[in-house]
Design a protein around this ligand. Structure first.
Ligand SMILES: CC(C)(COP(=O)(O)OP(=O)(O)OC[C@H]1O[C@@H](n2cnc3c(N)ncnc32)[C@H](O)[C@@H]1OP(=O)(O)O)[C@@H](O)C(=O)NCCC(=O)NCCS
Length: 166
């Protein structure tokens, strides 16, 4: 396992978070996100998080952000779904497969329990089998599929729904 600091993101982390997203989005194959927010948009998002939402960053010895995991409410509008959160995880290519995702998950899962979530859900592109395996290793189970939900560069992809009970 790689020695990294896992900590809660501050709005001042927006540039590093945007750099990670730019790298993942440029690969075009992992996420339904196909456009990256500006640093200002990302900073405003971080400032807007409620007390039950969080973004954890993984920071290396040179203080660079190498990855992050977000936890947002599934719906900010429906009290009936206040027990459901949604998760997203993104790492720079060089940091994958070294336990960083699991370290982020440890911080997120403990935050989720303390914040009163009962379940977490994610949507994973069907073509992103490695991410499906990652979330399965964390305990998520497949529970549905949205067909032809994503079109990036003219290529259709399904999204697989996965859920985890806290
Ligand atoms: C998917 C991603 C977040 C996983 O993070 P990671 O740091 O590489 O994963 P870890 O090394 O912490 O692995 C955690 C567990 O998942 C499993 N896992 C991770 N990647 C895997 C893969 N490609 N194949 C099989 N299992 C995998 C590991 O075996 C490990 O299981 P264990 O702890 O029981 O041994 C990371 O690779 C990534 O950022 N990928 C690109 C972006 C992406 O696809 N994000 C998800 C969008 S929905």
């Amino acid at each position: 396992m790689t020695a990294l600091q896992i900590r809660r993101a501050l709005p001042s982390d927006a540039p590093g978070i945007v750099e990670v997203l730019k790298s993942v989005v440029a690969e075009r194959i992992h996420s339904a996100i196909d456009q990256v927010w500006t640093v200002d948009q990302e900073a405003r998002y971080l400032e807007s998080l409620s007390h039950r939402e969080v973004l954890h960053v993984a920071v290396d010895v040179t203080a660079d952000i190498v990855g992050f995991q977000s936890l947002d409410l599934w719906s900010s509008l429906l009290p009936s779904m206040a027990h459901v959160g949604q998760v997203g995880t993104f790492l720079l290519p060089a940091w994958r497969g070294q336990g960083v995702g699991r370290q982020l998950w440890s911080a997120t899962a403990s935050f989720a329990r303390e914040a009163g979530y009962r379940k977490l859900a994610i949507q994973v592109r069907a073509s992103n089998a490695p991410a499906g395996r990652f979330y399965r290793a964390l305990g998520f189970k497949e529970c549905g599929r949205l067909t032809r939900q994503v079109i990036i560069d003219g290529v259709e992809d399904d999204e697989v729904l996965m859920e985890f009970f806290c």
